[in-house]
Design a protein around this ligand. Structure first.
Ligand code: AGP
Length: 583
């Protein structure tokens, strides 16, 4: 997903802009650019690939004197990741950067071409820039308002106008904040880009236009100035850095015990803080990626333990499929960032049908947090690594609490309190995970098999490995493997057998026997030893509601060690974005 930063103040914008882009690298990108301007001149420098390529170009350029600038990391949607398609884009008197997708860019481009406009890139962004310029007759606000009236899709724009020393920003669907400081102000896609400069910020809402100078910030809505609350970020600058770990991913995995303690504590003190889902006849759990796989664990627990009917669906499917709301339904949106476009669309579909919505979300100021009826925050803090680890674990913990709250279970509070310590012990066994990683990092087809809740665990274990190590992996229902896919099992094929559900333990072991007899290199991950297998990771047995939380960290660390052995860009894997704010 793209990243936007902008600066206006007493100093040169260069350092803030480049540092800001580096803070946003985790969002995923394939090109970057910066634009500096003063009363008379505009300078745009762009590069393909990593930000260090842009830094090199900026260092070798003779920069104009400037106190205002915008910069951008682009995750290609319209047009290949080329220098020409990189932002910022300039058309006429307007220069801008954009995060999002303009869905009607084609028809607008046709109209502007007829007006004599010439475009140099394949991007929807350049078209939006041209449209603002088309309406610009000296009144910046009017030009922006007229243009956004015509645009459909999602956008966060940082805009500069020729001959004007102010920065403008407007958003719809993609997040954008205004950072507030003495004698300088900023715009950014999220707080991590400004937290080293200020913790004061304004959250721009849909359709609001920020007009920013070095000592003033005005917010305009429907041509009128409005007052907005200045918020204080609840993260520290040090929370953003790696604190001695080689990678954010490892740091964030190691935070899991403390974060579990922090997240569980209020609910263990008062379980009534967790909604009792028995008021609903049906629950829909909707999410993407790892959040979906946490939802699959939630589905299994809510059905098995609380006898609540649950549909768990990918947001990208849910938003378009026929959904039946014929019973008293709750839609649970699971999202770390709270800005995933498909999950937002699914949330809005539920709301349009008058359905109650509950968010299990990390970022409190996000769109999903702000638009759902109720929220359960996972208190994971900023998750910088693209591959989620701590946020996923906390999402699973919340589902464990939801199932426990809605069941007639005996009191297991004292058992739940052991979770952080158990996870801490598990994370300490790094040699085991490294040893297994060394045995599999040169394979290229790695399977994770399990049944019921163990299959949901397999889905996350497989995704983690794929995301960070680029090895092909597949999670498979253990009972289904023999219906075709077992043909892919060769001598030495690594297969993780996940067994925590006692009810179907023997069945899963039989399936593992099937692959072992065909030469598979089997790694058992279970809460009880299985005889006849050399490679086993045995975790403490704990209540079913929370057993998955003792298994997944092992798989997270194995994925991490494999990626490290393969020399991958662990925190910023290729092609990935931390939060996918486009369809
Ligand atoms: C997780 O490792 C991935 N980066 C991705 O699957 C992610 O979980 C998914 O895009 C959903 O993101 P969200 O939780 O912010 O909505």
């Amino acid at each position: 997903m793209c990243g936007i930063v902008g600066y206006v103040g007493k100093h040169s914008p260069k350092d803030f802009l480049l540092n800001g882009l580096k803070s946003l690298e985790y969002r995923g990108y394939d090109s970057a650019g910066i634009a500096l301007k003063n009363k008379h001149d505009l300078q745009i420098i762009k590069s393909v690939g990593k930000i260090k390529n842009l830094e090199e170009k900026v260092k070798n350029a003779s920069l104009i004197k400037s106190n205002i600038g915008i910069a951008h990391t682009r995750w290609a949607t319209h047009g290949a990741p080329t220098e020409n398609n990189a932002h910022p884009h300039q058309v006429g008197k307007v220069t801008l950067v954009h995060n999002g997708i303009i869905e009607n860019a084609g028809e607008i481009k046709e109209r502007l071409l007829k007006e004599g406009y010439i475009f140099n890139s394949d991007t929807d962004t350049e078209v939006a820039c041209g449209l603002i310029n088309y309406y610009y007759d000296g009144d910046e606000i009017k030009a922006i308002e007229k243009a956004i009236e015509k645009l459909t899709g999602s956008y966060a724009f940082g805009i500069m106008f020729e001959g004007n020393e102010k920065l403008y920003a407007v958003r719809k669907g993609s997040p954008l904040i205004v950072g507030i400081n003495d004698a300088e102000n900023y715009i950014a896609s999220d707080i991590t880009a400004i937290i080293n400069y200020t913790n004061k910020y304004i959250l721009l809402d849909e359709g609001e236009i920020a007009v920013i100078s070095d000592n003033e910030v005005e917010i305009i809505k429907d041509s009128k100035k409005i007052n907005k609350e200045v918020l204080t970020a609840d993260i520290s600058a040090e929370a953003k850095d790696k604190q001695g770990y080689d990678h954010y991913m490892l740091k964030e995995i190691m935070e899991e015990p403390v974060l579990l303690e922090n997240t569980l504590r209020p609910f263990l003190a008062d379980i009534s803080l967790i909604p009792d889902l028995r008021e609903y006849e049906e629950v829909h759990i909707v999410a993407c990626g790892s959040a979906m796989y946490a939802g699959m664990i939630g589905k299994s627990l809510l059905e098995e333990k609380a006898s609540i009917k649950v549909m768990c669906e990918l947001a990208s499917e849910y938003r378009y499929k026929k959904v039946f709301y014929d019973r008293k339904t709750l839609v649970i949106l699971v999202s770390q960032s709270g800005e995933t476009a498909d999950t937002i669309a699914a949330m809005r579909k539920a709301k349009e049908n008058g359905i109650d919505t509950l968010a299990i979300v990390n970022v409190k100021t996000s769109t999903i947090a702000r638009e759902t009826d109720r929220q359960i925050y996972i208190e994971a803090g900023p998750e910088i690594a693209v591959a989620t680890t701590k946020a996923y674990i906390l999402q699973v913990a919340i589902f464990g609490l939801l199932a426990y709250r809605a069941s007639n279970s005996i009191n297991i509070i004292s058992e739940i309190k052991k979770l952080p310590r158990y996870v801490n012990e598990i994370l300490g066994d790094r040699d085991t995970y490294l040893k297994i990683a060394k045995e599999i990092y040169q394979n290229n087809d790695i399977f994770f098999i399990g049944r019921k809740i163990d299959y949901a665990i397999c889905m996350e274990g497989s995704l983690k490995l794929k995301e960070v190590s680029y090895l092909h992996s597949e999670a498979y229902q253990a009972g289904e493997l023999k219906h075709g896919t077992i043909s892919l099992i060769d001598d030495g094929t690594p297969v993780f057998g996940i067994i925590t559900d006692d009810d179907i333990r023997d069945k899963t072991i039989s399936n593992i026997e099937e692959v072992k007899s065909r030469g598979a290199k089997v790694i058992i991950v279970s809460n009880r030893k299985v005889s006849g297998y050399d490679r086993q990771i045995i975790v403490p047995k704990i209540s079913d509601y929370f057993q998955a939380i003792l298994v997944v960290p092992c798989l997270q660390l194995i994925a991490y060690e494999v990626a490290k052995l393969r020399g991958c860009d662990i925190d910023k894997p290729k092609n990935l974005a931390k939060s996918v704010t486009v369809e």
